[in-house]
Ligand binder design. Structure first.
Ligand code: AR6
Length: 182
């Protein structure tokens, strides 16, 4: 099941939540800052943990589209969160093309595959790349819809995937995209 919901991902109850990170896991703004703040209270400490895990899990100081890093939920465990999965979407700056779509697909799929591997049943995503990275929200939601529905056909553990829209307006846009059959 794929569903769009209106809310704050730092309050959302799911076994895994995804962070719309940058490739260095700096968590300087947007949903990344909000997640780091909610998880640890101390954003620079959560950045330190993220970078340490990135070195352990990836062996580098940056991630490519499709690569993900998992960090502990700390305070977000109160929402039933077991893992925070960091993924990096494309930078669009208002533009959209096949290359950006492909990078977003990789970013979404990387997090879904990791969650499935970890035995997670429910996972919540923010609208990756639709904020500071400036990708058109409609295209982002369309990409989510296609990637998630395809992924769910062969998932072993993941059954519930949520796209959490922070603003009422974004939520309305996302609902409209989902209602279209394309
Ligand atoms: N819950 C759910 N969604 C949220 C929340 C929240 N608490 N806060 C913001 N959003 P962005 P990006 C929405 O900019 O475009 C960071 O600095 C927001 O309205 O967080 O992928 C990273 O470190 C938007 O729809 O991520 C990177 O440098 C969506 O989350 C860069 O921003 C994504 O917006 C990544 O940019």
């Amino acid at each position: 099941m794929f569903r769009v919901v209106h809310g704050d991902i730092t309050r959302f109850k799911a076994e895994a939540i995804v962070n719309a990170a940058n490739k260095y896991l700096e968590h300087g703004g947007g949903v990344a800052y909000a997640i780091a703040k909610a998880a640890s209270g101390d954003v620079s400490e959560y950045i330190r943990i993220s970078k340490e895990e990135m070195r352990k899990q990836i062996g580098r100081d940056w991630i490519e589209h499709g690569e993900v890093v998992v960090t502990p939920p700390l305070n977000l465990a109160k929402n039933g969160v077991k893992y925070v999965i960091h993924t990096v979407g494309p930078y669009c700056g208002g533009k959209w093309d096949e290359d950006k779509r492909k990078k977003l697909e990789l970013a979404i799929l990387g997090a879904l595959k990791k969650a499935d591997e970890l035995g997670v049943r429910s996972i919540a995503f923010p609208a990756i790349s639709a904020g500071i990275y400036g990708c058109p929200l409609e295209e982002v939601v369309k990409t989510f819809k296609l990637v998630v529905n395809e992924f769910l056909k062969s998932a072993k553990n993941v059954t519930d995937v949520y796209l959490v829209l922070y603003s009422e307006r974004d939520y309305e846009v996302a609902l409209k995209v989902l209602e279209r059959d394309e």
